[in-house]
Design a protein around this ligand. Structure first.
Ligand SMILES: Nc1ncnc2c1ncn2[C@@H]1O[C@H](COP(=O)(O)OP(=O)(O)OP(=O)(O)O)[C@@H](O)[C@H]1O
Length: 312
């Protein structure tokens, strides 16, 4: 049961394709390497169809792989037993169809399948569903249903929690409450692997971000340094002689000082002067090869937008 080198997840050369010889093949995962350390929070980002869910489902033991090495909590999920399953928590993209049961019934029933579950009533309160404990699942809103999914994922006190697009459909308040919940799990030592389309979510929660594109990892690193120093180089833009001008420079102050001397109008101002440091969103969009205008057309203030909005 021991994990290798304090690692919760170790993946090498993971491959999975869908289809048949007749219908044609779709290589969903094309050689993914991935490590998640004990106690680490890792966010997997990538456009629709990049292979995130397929990868996570293989790690959860729900999907067979074609090739590659996978160790999750020291075991191969394809051969893992009930004891292993009790050590991981899973929050799927779609909750199961248990519409006639109440929130309380589902949480209590799920709790009984784990050796050391959380207290169901406390957990229901933690995810903000106290007033819905007696409500049938079919009467919950999408966001409430999602919170229930999260409750079911953590009721067994998992060592490793998988969150697949956990806050899709949440309102801003619910998202913040959820983030606090994830942070408290992290502070309690839970290892977390989440997939998300929200860059602000990744920036806030993740120690490390892994960007997947067309079934392979194209970049990884802490959210603040993803893409390397070069990707974060500031862009200075201004108007000169009626034309837009811009320059990428790691010495923006020097450039602005020069512009103040050479390009300022009679009022002493450089027209339309702007210094923009590429945000995580800008770096992400360039990594996944999305069509964006000039770098710097988005600003740091916009990292709250869903990444997928920029890729559609
Ligand atoms: N059961 C399946 N049968 C056939 N093709 C599939 C199946 N599941 C996924 N695919 C295809 O495999 C590719 C990867 O899908 P996957 O769901 O892993 O991507 P994803 O990164 O999770 O996307 P999203 O962000 O939309 O959830 C896609 O092209 C998808 O259409």
């Amino acid at each position: 049961m021991e994990t290798t080198g304090g690692q919760a997840v170790r993946v090498r050369g993971l491959r999975k394709r869908y289809g048949t010889a007749r219908t044609g093949w779709k290589q969903a995962v094309a050689g993914v390497d991935l490590d998640v350390g004990r106690g680490e929070v890792v966010a997997v980002l990538g456009p629709n169809g990049a292979g995130k869910t397929t990868t996570v489902e293989i790690l959860e033991g729900f999907r067979a792989r074609d090739d590659g090495e996978v160790l999750v909590l020291g075991e191969d999920p394809a051969r893992a037993d009930r004891a292993w399953r009790a050590r991981i928590g899973v929050v799927l993209q779609d909750s199961r169809d248990l519409g006639e049961l109440t929130v309380g019934e589902v949480v209590r029933a799920t709790a009984r399948s784990y050796p050391e579950p959380r207290d169901p009533a406390e957990l229901i309160a933690t995810v903000g569903l106290e007033e819905k404990a007696r409500t049938r699942l079919r009467a919950l809103s999408g966001g409430q249903r999602r919170r229930l999914d999260v409750a079911l994922g953590i009721v067994g006190r998992p060592e490793l929690l998988f969150l697949d697009e956990p806050t899709t459909g949440f309102d801003p308040q619910a998202r913040r409450t959820f983030w606090e919940l994830v942070e408290s799990l992290r502070d309690g030592g839970t290892t977390i692997l989440l997939t998300t389309h929200y860059l602000d979510e990744a920036a806030r929660l993740a120690d490390r971000v892994v960007v997947v594109r067309e079934g392979v990892v194209v970049a990884e690193g802490p959210p603040g340094t993803l893409g390397g120093a070069e990707a974060r180089t500031p862009l200075v833009s201004w108007m000169q002689d009626g034309a837009p001008r811009s320059e990428v420079t790691d010495r923006p102050t020097e450039l602005v000082a020069r512009l103040a001397r050479e390009a300022a109008g009679p009022d002493g101002e450089v027209p339309h002067l702007q210094v923009v440091r590429p945000s995580l969103e800008d770096v992400y969009l360039s990594l996944i090869g999305a069509e964006v205008g000039a770098v710097g057309t988005t600003t740091g203030a916009q990292t709250g937008t869903a990444a997928e909005e920029g890729t559609r």
